[in-house]
Design a protein around this ligand. Structure first.
Ligand SMILES: [Mg+2]
Length: 269
């Protein structure tokens, strides 16, 4: 058996075949690989099939917890039978009933629209869009990416911070700034991935929690899983973060295989 198969097998052995489980998945870097343009980060068709097969297995709930907005998740991940938790927990949408269970403050939405307009104007004036800087305005959050233009990090950071300060956006504590891998993001503050994961875990009497993530913001979910005291399986994709006791997979391709195998295991028992 290959090394990779051994790891997948070990992971599968930790997850029960029949009792109620919750599977918490990050999207970017977990279900789909890194791409230069964040708006093109689509979940591949075969991975979508695997997620839907898993979500359709008995006593198996699946949630995608992401920094993306629910709107983006619906576009990029498609019509999955899962709960979409967007904006680091600040949005919650049941894609089976097609209903929002949580949306951020509309006042925040207005402020972000204005921020988006201001930033768009500045980026156009300085021709930074042409140089590879990407502004991502989501429902109630905004991010600026320089992954295609790493040399512009300082300039882009300065522009973003000045725009936040001009609108006084960090003053009331409702929004907070988060640094990611080659991007800065302004997001609502009420929830984070950890509190969103804790809420999901509390929502039913699950006997096992599976959590798969790949970056810094996913550590709070992993912590919430551990703190729940429930039996759990934590998987890290790629190698930028560490979490005690976590298994490691190398790529979203391997996650797809794991989800397929888990779907089969849950269905036949
Ligand atoms: Mg990720």
């Amino acid at each position: 058996m290959e090394q990779k198969d051994l790891v997948l097998d070990k992971i599968l052995q930790t997850i029960p075949a029949a009792s109620p489980i919750l599977v918490i998945l990050d999207k970017d870097g977990v279900l789909d690989p890194f791409v230069e343009n964040p708006e093109k980060a689509f979940v591949p068709e075969l991975t979508r099939d695997a997620v839907n097969r898993l979500a359709g297995a008995p006593d198996t709930d699946v949630a995608i917890v992401s920094g993306r907005s629910v709107e983006q998740l619906k576009t990029l991940a498609g019509n999955l039978n899962v709960t979409y938790i967007g904006l680091h927990g600040n949005e919650k949408y049941d894609n089976q009933t097609r209903k929002y269970q949580r949306q951020p403050d509309p006042e925040i939405a207005e402020k972000i629209i204005l921020l988006g307009k201001n930033l768009k104007k500045i980026l156009a004036e300085k021709k930074l869009g042409n140089k590879g800087v990407i502004l991502e305005v989501k429902n109630c959050a905004a991010a600026i990416h320089w992954r295609k233009a790493p040399e512009l990090e300082q300039a882009v950071t300065d522009i973003f911070l000045k725009a936040l300060s001009d609108q006084n956006l960090l003053a009331d504590g409702k929004l907070s700034l988060q640094a990611g891998s080659m991007f800065l993001e302004l997001k609502p503050n009420l929830y984070n991935k950890g509190s969103a994961a804790a809420e999901l875990i509390r929502s039913k009497n699950y006997n096992h929690i599976v959590c798969i993530g790949d970056d810094q913001t996913d550590l709070s979910m992993m912590e919430a899983v551990k703190e729940s005291g429930k039996p759990h399986t934590i998987v890290i994709v790629d190698s930028r973060i560490n979490f005690p006791g976590a298994f490691r997979l190398d790529s979203p391709e391997e996650v797809k295989t794991l989800l397929s195998l888990l779907a089969a295991k849950r269905k036949t028992n």
